[in-house]
Design a protein around this ligand. Sequence first.
Ligand SMILES: Cc1cc2nc3c(=O)[nH]c(=O)nc-3n(C[C@H](O)[C@H](O)[C@H](O)COP(=O)(O)OP(=O)(O)OC[C@H]3O[C@@H](n4cnc5c(N)ncnc54)[C@H](O)[C@@H]3O)c2cc1C
Ligand code: SF4
Length: 325
Amino acid sequence: MHAFQLIAAGTPGAGTTFIAGGTDLLQLMKNNVIAPDQVVDLAGAHLRGITATSIELRLGALETMADVAAHPEVRRGWPAISQALLLSASPQIRNMGTMGGNLLQRTRCVYFRDTAFACNKRHPGSGCPAIAGENREHAILGASDSCIATHPSDFPVALMAMGAGVAITAAGGGTRVVPLADFYRLPGDTPEIETILQPGDVITQIVVPASEAAKRSVYMKVRDRSSFAYALASAAVAIEIRDNRILHAGIALGGVAPMPWRAAKAEQALIGATADAAAFEHAGRLATEGARAAGMNAYKIALAQRAVTRALMEAAHPTAETGVL
Ligand SMILES: Cc1cc2nc3c(=O)[nH]c(=O)nc-3n(C[C@H](O)[C@H](O)[C@H](O)COP(=O)(O)OP(=O)(O)OC[C@H]3O[C@@H](n4cnc5c(N)ncnc54)[C@H](O)[C@@H]3O)c2cc1C
Ligand code: SF4
């Protein structure tokens, strides 16, 4: 039975999980991190398609990371999306991994992925060994006393800077589009709840507005190795500049929070400012306002600030270096 037959039959329950490319789901199942009652294949649910117009970009949830990254319209109108995808994983994984699956990949926190350890996200109430443990890769923004894990994906960081939305078909029928900013949930006391999705909800499309800022967007990723590594910190920016004045700015951080982190105060500070290094450095500092280190991850505060500043510089004055830091 494929996804929409299951939804039409009204049967998906809390134990039902969908599979798209399987690059994250199967790893979690093999390691006994999750054990769904039922796995439903989304293949055949007609969730492909890349449509670019002067108004918006629509990405089918089953489009692969590789195909979206290589699409000429995406590269022209929303370059940060292409850059974020090309800086993700490996060619093999990008050939399998999908848009919907990338939004929903689980954290790479080593304690979450190893059942020998307690973990509030895996077993609510069992504790968080990362808080006093190995937390070099953990969150500096949006974390709680229950969980300090980061969201590991690159692609939704670019989406967040461009004000994207997620189209969701509910188990009971009907499709709604939710702003990405409202799609993820911060951990609070319930780190096991990561999004607003209800059992049986299927992501069908991702919708990204077209804009001059999106055309001038940049994704900057900082990691331990120059390929096949998750972000320690990353920044996506989308800015519109006229006569050296900033008319619009979208800024989001990755690798530093439990969700792609929108830096609204930094965005506001840039509107009307001269597009120069001083303004971009100021925005970098504002982007991490409220950051709190857990111990080994204190370095991420300066790293994220520099990633934002470098991404803004690159967007304002493009070089061949885009995406490499
Ligand atoms: C070694 C390695 C390195 C990696 N490096 C990076 C990296 O640097 N950056 C990065 O961003 N990613 C990285 N990844 C992660 C990879 O990008 C994701 O595994 C991939 O995007 C997941 O997509 P998928 O289609 O395979 O998802 P699946 O594994 O099929 O599913 C993942 C989750 O999404 C749910 N799901 C999938 N599609 C839908 C839908 N349409 N509606 C509702 N639920 C859905 C599934 O139920 C499941 O819970 C890496 C992965 C590996 C293994
Ligand atoms: S940081 Fe979150 S995912 Fe990691 S061990 Fe703590 S509760 Fe689990």
